[in-house]
Design a protein around this ligand. Sequence first.
Ligand SMILES: Cc1ncc(COP(=O)(O)O)c(C=O)c1O
Length: 396
Amino acid sequence: MERKKQININLKYIHQLDKDDIFRDYKNLFKKPGKNIYFGANTLGLTPKATRNNINNFLDDLSKKAVIGWRDSSWLNINKELGTEISKIIGSRSGNVILSDSTSVNLFKLLFSAIKLVKNRRFILTDDKNFPTDYYIISSIAKEFGLRVKVVPRKKLIENIDKDVSVVTTTQVDFVTSEVLSLSKLAKKCKTYGAISLIDLSHSVGILPLYLDKWGVDFAVGCTYKYLNGGPGSPAFIYVNNKYLEKADIIIKGWFGHIKPFDFNNHYVPSKGIEKFLTGTPSIISMKQLETSLKIFCQINLEKLRKKSLKQTSIMTDLILRYKNINKIQIISPSNILRGGHIAMKHKNASKLLEIYEKNGLIGDFRPPNIIRFGISPLYNSYKDIWNASKIINNL
Ligand SMILES: Cc1ncc(COP(=O)(O)O)c(C=O)c1O
């Protein structure tokens, strides 16, 4: 449980927290949308100011080189180089992570690979709090393999892993409530029963410290446009545990996954490395956009960032609950440390309420039927943002 000392949260305390905050200068690296308090990090993170320069440099390079640019190894290797940066953030050795396509496409690719690794099983196991695209993909693949999809309550996911399960797949942070699942426990149970784990880290990466190799997670995917600030539609990542890199089969045998794509040989031979999960030509401009943001993350200690994040979401919760009899808001995110980067609150007129917040300069998002989510980025949101947001929420 999160240890809570009784602290009087007042403006003096908030100012002191901002003063002592080791991340306080990072907010200057990001462009804020006007004067608004931006709590949209769990949907679309803010763009670093340096991105514009990086994109302009790329466009200059492109206009000078055009097709010659492909001979420049910085374009050809960028999805692996950025994969190396992501590997540091998710606790993987380098060479096991690559950027490609969207999270949905990558989930499809990896679910195919994962299922092929385990024979004679009946189920793909998931839980009732997974993200919709994950369900669509799980059921389409299950149908092709003649497997059943077993959907269990999230709290019972780990206990349902047994010898009938082929692949366990879920989203680590519940995209609605923000509840975090223990991946070390999940991976351990998978190992006991020979099941494969495939985790969607879209709401985890860049906000939670992750140790995929150490925990023994088998496969993972995730997007880079939320807490990693890669911009709308920035490329998603693929993680494949080293033990499966060579033996994993692939569903989309695209030319970028070929061992020698520029031999233009009609016979497909997969790359021996993580490149075999690539399909076609990457969008270099998107990669360049993400590159700027990942340069910021190289300097970040994620354990410390997580500490700030938990403190911010805890203060935000306390400030909202202080007026719960008046604002009629129910917080549905965990009150303990099993809480991701966002706070979710329930209100019968949530959509109307969010409109009012936005008019008053607070940006969050609405999830039907009655949920408002606030994605707080400890990189660019201050404690003062939390204080001011709660004043808007509590109509003070
Ligand atoms: C948990 C989760 N998985 C998958 C997706 C979809 O990702 P993509 O649009 O990159 O396929 C999202 C989008 O918000 C998400 O939150």
